[in-house]
Design a protein around this ligand. Sequence first.
Ligand SMILES: Nc1nc2c(ncn2[C@@H]2O[C@H](COP(=O)(O)OP(=O)(O)O)[C@@H](O)[C@H]2O)c(=O)[nH]1
Ligand SMILES: [Mg+2]
Length: 349
Amino acid sequence: MMSIYDDIQEIKEKLEKEQEHSLRIALFGQPGSGKSSLINKLIGKKVAETGASTDVTTTAGVYPYNQMVLVDLPGYGTSKFPPNQWFQEFKPEDFDLFLCVFSGKFHEADTKFFRELKENNRVCLFVRNMHDQLWDPEKEMEELEAEVQADVQQQVGEPVNVYFTSCRTGYGFERLQEGIQHSLGPAQQDKYTRSAKSYTLEHLIEKKEACKKMVYRYAGIATANGLNPIPGVDLTVDVSIMLKLFAELRESYGIEEKNIKNMAPALVPIANRVIEYATKEGIMIILKKYATRLAVKSTAKYVPFVGQAIAASASFGMTLAAGLAYLDDVHMLAEEILNKEMMKEAARV
Ligand SMILES: Nc1nc2c(ncn2[C@@H]2O[C@H](COP(=O)(O)OP(=O)(O)O)[C@@H](O)[C@H]2O)c(=O)[nH]1
Ligand SMILES: [Mg+2]
């Protein structure tokens, strides 16, 4: 029979392995096509400098966020960086997904790059940015989009799906994010959903599901680390693990103290709780609050995440309840923030 200590080792390794392998998405395309702007939109925060001339750089811009790393690849096929040298420096297999970003005409260098990726069996999505500038008084939008699609298809020599976006208006991000999610394996998909900015309430709900799995694992480790060598004698948990979990939950939802200061009156107590429980002292309070909920009603659901022994332990019930309560709070604040953003957007259009 597996002992609780085998379970501890197993979930620790699982979590460490998962954290080691962040989801890696690379963006490439002509300077000025909007790669940096897209990175900021996908993360939901200004991390990359836009409007900066990067056509002479030979190093990648690396933007880690939560469980995801976005990489802004340097210009390919420029005089500074010939193709063969390029592929020695950057290994296609190091990335889970590629985004080929263009605006205006599709570039020949991008076709070459795409072929190179194909040979390495890499998945690449085409993103036609600056959709707001796609306009012709004589033509319908669908016609213009179809022309872009046909042009790319003709150049790369195979059927392609082009995602249209505008970093200026926010157009097309729901579809692009869905496309990214569908191009990833299940574990990587969860990382994307957890890390990427939500532009729809549906995505926010998916985010919650992905975050729940993280809560199970962390609650498992917090329980395991805190267990007394004589199981059952002492019910303690590793508070620093819970602290880390709570921080990751806030980051997943882009919640920071400064963006939850002016919440609607009904949400002020929740915002206060989220801030209060961001400290070790606060976590002790929330754990105490849930200490009475010792028994987890049905443990079967958690076994795949934390193993039989931990799932059945009493302190797991407590840490799990505390983690899920915190997730509920953070989610509610994020929902309100997104609602406000969508209302602002609707008023602007
Ligand atoms: N109108 C419009 N301008 C954009 C859009 N995306 C980016 N830009 C602007 O285009 C310029 C180049 O964008 P940037 O993200 O720096 O491109 P990069 O060189 O590929 O990283 C900047 O001035 C951006 O503000 C868009 O969708 N529409
Ligand atoms: Mg840039």
